[in-house]
Structures are given as C-alpha cells and as structure tokens.
Write a protein of this length. Structure first.
Length: 165
C-alpha cells in the first residue's frame, strides 16, 4: 500500500476507477483517445514476424472502437468479459493462446505499459515486455522486473522485429 493512502481511501479510489471505466465505454470517449504516431509502423513491423493478439481489462467493445484503424493486425481481441479473473491474472493471456492453439510459452510475449501487465505475463508463464510510454513510470516498471523494457512500441518493434517466430 502506498504511504499516503489509507484504507478509508479505497472506496473513493474504487469509485474513481468505476467512473473512469464507465466514461470510456461511451463513443464520445474516442475523441480523447490518441494513438502514438508510430503505432501503424510498429504493428506493420511486428505483424510480419509475429501473430498479434490483444487482451485487455477494457471491454471488447471499447477495444474494437479504439483499435478500429489497427484491427487488421490482430488475430484475436479479448476484453474483460472473456475471463473470470482480470489482470493481474494471466488467465486472459492463456485464453488467447488457447484460441490460437499455441502452447509454446517460451515464444509468447505479452506487451504492456503497466505493472499489472508484467504480473499477468509472469502469472501466465510467458515473457513480459514493458513499454514506458504509457500508463506507468519507467522506474516503476523496472521494479516489476519485466523480461524486456522499451521506451515505446516502435523501439520494441525495431529491436524484436527481426526475430523469426
């Protein structure tokens, strides 16, 4: 628990999280979503070597709305309603692997921008890749000890894009 948060703060924090999630379910929220300029380039590089999928604690509806321009890069898109336990559980990652009929955990990478993503990858027994251009600070990601840490997905794509699947 953080130093400045007490147990009495948890209901307030939970209300804020719920309000945030509720807002981002609306179509109007898309106006506030901006993809990094290099996303398409990174996904193009990665899709030439890897099978790409998405698992998120967001709803599938929200993911499809926000990833609309990039949907063709992904073989599977799963949201929170696809699992019984959200991240930090690795259940969603394992479910994606099951759908893709892929069992070699040594060649599965889960990319995320938060500590729960790193924990979920570890829970699923796959490699974790953290990018520090998103939700969490680099120093916090480092503490969670991902297998790889990149500044952003384009740097990751350029470094990992050469590797054969």
């Amino acid at each position: 628990m953080a130093k400045n948060i007490s147990h009495s703060d948890f209901p307030v924090i939970e209300n804020i999280k719920n309000a945030y999630k509720d807002y981002f379910k609306f179509l109007e929220a898309k106006e506030h979503i901006k993809m990094f300029d290099f996303c398409e380039e990174a996904l193009t590089i990665l899709s030439k070597k890897y099978i790409l999928a998405v698992f998120s604690n967001s709803s599938k509806h929200t993911l499809e709305r926000d990833l609309e321009k990039f949907a063709h890069f992904f073989s599977v898109v799963l949201g929170e309603e696809s699992v019984t336990k959200p991240k930090p559980s690795g259940e969603g990652i394992l479910k994606v692997m099951e759908i893709l009929k892929y069992s070699d955990k040594n060649n599965v990478f889960y990319v995320g921008d938060s500590i729960v993503d790193i924990i979920a990858a570890k829970d699923a027994g796959v490699k974790s890749i953290a990018v520090s251009s998103g939700m969490s600070l680099k120093k916090d990601l480092e503490k969670a000890k991902p297998d790889y840490l990149f500044e952003n997905i384009l740097e990751m794509a350029k470094q990992l894009g050469w590797k054969k699947t």
